[in-house]
Design a protein around this ligand. Structure first.
Ligand SMILES: Nc1ncnc2c1ncn2[C@@H]1O[C@H](COP(=O)(O)OP(=O)(O)O)[C@@H](O)[C@H]1O
Ligand SMILES: [Mg+2]
Length: 321
């Protein structure tokens, strides 16, 4: 706690039953430690059937949901926190739901004039009804052979394939359906991958320095994310000032277009012409040791504790206003 901050009671939520449970536990631990160091009372909780009664009874000053995947990002828990009238960090429920559904986020971002790879969204039933071969042949002729297949909702690259050969398309689609009923087949963007954090410390959202991602195996897979040394990060990205500005402006535009607040992370690929292609946005980005938003925070000259604390303060202030 610093002279200008108040000691708060903060419930950090981590874990959950999503596929990203382990990542969330690591993010939550890091947020909790950073807040503890700042002198706050921190309760680290895994969401379960006792959570809502506990929150209703104990009424913490703020909830810090370090939950990834459906548990924290699909908007449901956020709606319930809103019903409890307890301030929480990050996007409101409705905005979180739009961002969580990748095809919807892409559509809104495209309408706002930003670039996102061409794609088609296909529920599993469309294959049953229209025939897998017939559907995939058409997709291929319309979108070409350089494709990425992913679940329409998800994270940490689970169920995602960057196709090495078009022959892998049927298997990639099957893999995506193991994580959900709807798959997104997208043209592959080529260029430099960056992750751009957006935070609001009380004076409106601003973009952190973009963090460049260079996975050793070429694909920013689950393994490449959470095993030290599997990916090289550059914070800030090795890009010209002009391109860095484009990436930051794009991230801010996405954050605003989707109506997000407090914190988000926009994943982009910058092509050779300097165009920033929007892949997706996360309302509760990874905050583990190897995650990009903490790297962006440090590259901007902030400490993690001061930022996580400030985000809580902004949430509290908004609730009161
Ligand atoms: N259209 C695409 N073109 C090139 N690479 C992609 C594309 N979509 C995803 N990727 C790669 O897969 C990773 C994960 O995809 P993303 O859409 O960000 O989903 P997740 O929610 O799993 O992070 C990206 O970080 C990028 O490396
Ligand atoms: Mg991503």
């Amino acid at each position: 706690m610093t002279a200008d901050s108040i000691a708060r009671t903060v419930v950090v939520l981590a874990g959950g039953i999503s596929h990203e449970r382990d990542v969330s536990l690591r993010s939550g631990r890091r947020v909790a430690d950073a807040l503890l160091e700042r002198g706050h009372t921190v309760i680290l909780r895994d969401p379960d059937a006792s959570l809502l009664p506990y929150l209703a009874e104990s009424r913490p000053d703020v909830v810090w949901p370090a939950l990834h995947g459906a548990s924290g990002e699909d908007g449901a828990l956020r709606a319930l926190l809103g019903m409890l009238d307890i301030p929480y960090v990050g996007a409101r429920s409705d905005a979180a739901r739009l961002a969580w559904h990748k095809p919807t986020a892409k559509e809104l971002v495209e309408r706002a004039g930003l670039a996102t790879p061409r794609s088609v969204t296909l529920p599993r039933d469309s294959f049953r009804e229209l025939g897998a071969t017939q559907v995939l042949d058409l997709v291929r002729s319309a979108l070409g052979d350089e494709l990425v297949v992913k679940p329409a909702m998800g994270g940490s690259a689970l169920g995602l394939t960057v196709l090495e050969s078009i022959d892998d398309l049927p298997r990639a689609v099957v893999d995506a359906y193991t994580y959900g009923e709807v798959a997104l087949i997208e043209q592959r963007a080529r260029g430099v991958e960056v992750s751009v954090g957006v935070i609001d410390l009380g004076d409106g959202p601003f973009a952190l320095p973009p963090v460049e991602i260079e996975p050793r195996g070429g694909v920013y897979s689950f393994e490449a994310r959470y095993n030290a040394g599997e990916t090289r990060f550059y914070a800030p990205a090795r890009l010209s000032d002009d391109v860095i500005r484009v990436a930051q402006e794009t991230a801010l535009a996405v954050h605003a277009t989707l109506g997000l607040r407090h914190i988000s992370r926009v994943d982009l690929i910058i092509d050779g012409a300097g165009v920033a292609w929007f892949l997706e946005v996360n309302v509760l980005p990874g905050l583990t040791e190897t995650s990009t938003v903490p790297q962006g925070i440090l590259a901007a000259g902030f400490t993690l504790g001061s930022v996580y604390e400030k985000l809580g303060e902004v949430a509290i202030a908004e609730q009161l206003s």
